[in-house]
Design a protein around this ligand. Structure first.
Ligand SMILES: *Cc1c(COP(=O)(O)O)cnc(C)c1O
Length: 400
């Protein structure tokens, strides 16, 4: 049996053809027609007006912050429940990430806490320069509640849709809610160029500015002239060819991940002590990753017991993101609340969710989960009331 990965790259047939076409055309120089075409096709697929392809989602975040004029001494609101790249980019421009807790109903940033944060900051004349709103695990944040909060103060939102390409909210695609929005084509994301990213915006000037900064900030002159600090952040023409091939299959990839999520929900419906990451009203998640919460008291196991057990069977699973306010590198950064994200981290587990996951593999994962959890339950049923579990199963029987 081969190893089951969490979210491996899923290649089709078009990538190879397009890549060969790019190689044969001689456009090995970083920029070229494949990149132009990828940007145009990508923008069209998510109804974005303008797009620029870059080397990573992180680079796209960095450029978004630069374009919006975020700099030294500024504060930027960031959900604590995210991947580190979201917060790291804020520090690249000398600004400070200020973290906000999640809401249990979507796991995304809590709009009520954002409201509170903004009104308190307005009162002491310390409004943030921008906010990055993350679409976690393929699910858009609750923008109908979030956008008006920032609109009121004229503060721009950067939508970090790195995990949410193909998602919808209120019938609009992920990536259409930010003043600037970004995507990632890292190997584990819903489509991949092995490494890459995209910045999109309805504002042409901002996208042109990002393109300029990403191309070493060259002034329009025949010689090499620079009046600003630039970056070497453009996606290469070869990788853009791979991206075009991947993009052709996007709707199927989203469907496959949603089907996997449905499969897990149905197959584990009878197992008490497991909850799934909720899908919010009006939202259509891609379920980039299917995430569950484990009730240790009910199941007799911790998420890490499950992870280690699956690992012993060559099945990869992962804890949910460790909240940013718990990261040593952000120790001391401002934080609003935090108990919800801490609880998600403590109880959460991401299950194998790749779009290439086969039916037999899905069956195998679920069979192993059900076997483990029913075995634990049999043990805990025999448990003396009030007593602790006598077995060696790690982390079992702990009282909270
Ligand atoms: C993957 C990811 C990024 C970074 O994208 P890269 O292409 O890996 O740089 C940023 N934010 C979130 C939420 C991500 O999941």
């Amino acid at each position: 049996m081969t190893r089951i990965y969490l979210s491996p790259p899923h290649l089709g047939t078009h990538e190879r053809d397009l890549l060969i076409e790019a190689l044969d055309s001689g456009w090995i120089a970083p920029l070229g027609p494949q990149l132009d075409a990828f940007e145009a096709e990508f923008a069209a697929s998510i109804e974005a007006d303008h797009a620029v392809g870059v080397v990573s989602g992180t680079a796209a975040l960095h450029l978004a912050l630069l374009v919006l004029g975020v700099g030294a001494g500024d504060d930027v609101l960031v959900p604590t429940m995210t991947f580190a790249a979201t917060a790291n980019a804020v520090t690249y421009v000398g600004a400070r990430p200020c973290f906000i807790d999640s809401e249990p109903s979507s796991w995304n940033v809590d709009p009520e806490l954002l409201d509170l944060e903004l009104s308190e900051r307005a009162a002491r004349d310390a409004l943030p320069k921008a906010a990055i709103i993350v679409d976690l695990y393929g699910q858009c944040a609750d923008y109908n509640r979030i956008v008006p909060l920032f609109h009121k103060y004229g503060i721009p939102i950067i939508e970090d849709a790195a995990e949410a390409l193909g998602a919808k909210y209120d019938d609009r695609p992920a990536g259409s809610f930010g003043a600037i929005s970004i995507f990632s084509f890292n190997g584990n994301k819903i489509i991949t160029t092995s490494g890459g990213g995209m910045l999109v915006s309805p504002n042409r000037e901002w996208v042109e500015r990002a393109r300029y900064l990403a191309t070493q900030a060259r002034d329009p002159a025949p010689h090499y002239q620079h009046s600003q600090i630039g970056y070497n952040y453009r996606l290469s023409n070869l990788l853009a060819a791979v991206g075009r091939g991947q993009l052709l299959r996007l709707p199927e990839r989203v469907e496959a991940r949603r089907a996997t999520n449905r499969f897990y929900r149905q197959a584990l419906a009878g197992v008490s002590g497991i909850q799934f990451m909720p899908e919010i009203d009006g939202g259509r998640s891609t379920f980039w990753l299917t995430c569950i919460l484990i009730d240790e008291q009910e199941t007799g196991v911790t998420p890490d017991d499950i992870r280690q057990h699956l690992e012993s069977l060559d099945i990869e699973s992962r804890p949910v993101w460790k909240p940013m306010h718990l990261q040593p590198v952000f120790h001391g950064n401002p934080m609003r609340e935090g108990a919800v994200a801490e609880d998600l981290f403590k109880r959460g587990l991401c299950l194998p969710s790749g779009s290439s996951l086969s039916e037999p593999d899905k069956e195998r994962i679920v069979a192993e989960l059900v076997a483990l959890l029913s075995e634990q339950r049999t043990v805990s049923d025999r448990r003396i009331p009030g007593g602790t579990l006598p077995t060696a199963g790690s982390g079992t029987g702990k009282d909270r």
